[in-house]
Design a protein around this ligand. Structure first.
Ligand code: LLP
Length: 384
């Protein structure tokens, strides 16, 4: 049984739903903002991790910018009141309408992932008589030592421009009249807990940066992406990631000129620990090895365990009985619809509320309507 959940109040809400600890989100934002400011670093929030309007409202109140990867995200950020001058737009496959949306709203920067994309941005900007700010996303070929589905900075990944193609980029840039090179951009992956990967990234960034300088191009912005991981095993012990240690790696690792800005795109580390999926036990069923606790939420609400074999801590909020082992599974017609196997939980019965922890990032926003289910509702600690 966890003391951090207001059980009585949660019991009155129709399950499954996302529950956001707004105080924790606020403390996390305070920490990340203060630690970034110590070094003059700029943080853009990776809206892909969670685009819930209340969550966005809180994030906006701390003055963060937004990192978007679709026109829909750009629109959501604008609707949530973020200034266009704080919006950056990345992604390997930006459609024309998405680029046009960014141009028409004068967003801060396009993070460009190929020469053909650069050409289209240049054309669309020319049609509008505008100059588009761009950062070139470079694939640094650094191993993020994380799950292979969420590593993005290896040379075989689809993201960014490989180092050996950079001359093509500078040739193209020299010809383009409606593009301004604002910066260079990197992102090596997500849920990175071994900070040495970020040290490796700094080494590559310095090399690539120097190459740009040797080409008489001096990028003003060095964007090192996101990726800082969270503690899925023990969210109560480590509710806020080590932003201090993380930023220190870049402070010490990057060779910067005085007028340069370092930008970050953090998603999971900001929203991850603040959200839980709350679901109700429907049935207990005897299995071959363990019992099944069949809950009313599933991979449609939280797909991470099914998609990445991701671990999320599971807690029974209603029971304090001696522990037994359960396979905690959802109602969806897929064998991968499981939140955890042989999970130790206090003896569990129909009607108990279960929290699937650390689900604030890539949870609600990845929900689907498979089996024609509803998109999950949400509840907030400060509005119960
Ligand atoms: N910048 C870029 C260019 C990205 O691709 C991402 C995440 C981020 C920033 C933010 O990364 P974060 O700070 O959140 O690690 N759905 C997966 C994670 C996919 C991450 C995609 N890119 C999951 O549930 O683990």
């Amino acid at each position: 049984m966890s003391d951090s959940f207001p059980l009585q109040k949660l019991q009155n809400i129709t399950t499954p739903f996302y529950y956001y600890d707004m105080e924790l989100l606020e403390r996390t934002l305070k920490t990340v903002s203060e630690e970034a400011q110590k070094h003059g670093f700029v943080v853009h929030y990776a809206i892909k991790s969670n685009a819930n309007p209340r969550v966005l409202e809180m994030i906006r109140s701390f003055g963060l910018g937004v990192d978007c990867v679709s026109g829909f995200e750009v629109q959501r950020a604008l609707d949530a009141g973020f200034k266009a001058s704080g919006i950056v737009f990345a992604g390997v496959g930006k459609a024309d309408w998405e680029i046009e949306l960014g141009l028409d709203n004068d967003i801060a920067c396009f993070n460009v992932e190929s020469v053909p994309e650069l050409e289209i941005i240049n054309d669309l900007a020319a049609q509008r008589g505008k100059t588009a700010n761009v950062a070139i996303r470079i694939n640094p070929n650094v191993n993020a030592k994380t799950h292979h589905y969420i590593t993005t900075g290896l040379k075989e990944n689809k993201f960014g421009i490989n180092q050996w193609d950079l001359e093509k980029v500078t040739d193209a840039l020299n010809k383009m009249k409606n593009i301004k090179l604002e910066g260079i951009h990197f992102h090596i992956g997500s849920q990175i807990t071994d900070l040495s990967s970020f040290q490796d990234l700094c080494v590559r960034v310095n090399e690539i940066h120097e190459w740009f300088v040797s080409q008489h191009l001096a990028p003003r912005v060095i964007n090192v992406g996101g990726g800082l991981g969270i503690d899925y095993e023990d969210p109560d012990q480590n509710p806020i990631p080590d932003f201090e240690g993380y930023f220190k790696v870049f402070k010490e690792g990057l060779n910067l000129r005085g007028d340069q800005e370092v930008h970050f795109e953090l998603g999971r580390s900001i929203t991850g620990q603040a959200g839980s999926l709350i679901t109700k036990v429907l049935y207990i069923k005897e299995g071959v090895k363990t019992k099944f606790a069949i809950v009313d939420g599933g991979m449609t609400e939280l797909i991470r365990p099914a998609l990445y074999q991701a671990y999320h801590k599971i807690e029974n909020l209603s029971s304090a009985a001696p522990e037994e082992k359960y396979d905690v599974v959802g109602p969806i017609c897929e064998s991968s619809d499981s939140f955890g196997k042989a999970v130790s939980l206090p003896r569990t019965s129909r009607g108990d509320l279960v929290a699937v922890r650390s689900a604030g990032a890539y949870g609600e926003v990845m929900a689907s309507q498979y089996n024609l289910r509803n998109i999950p509702a949400s509840a907030y600690s400060d509005q119960l």
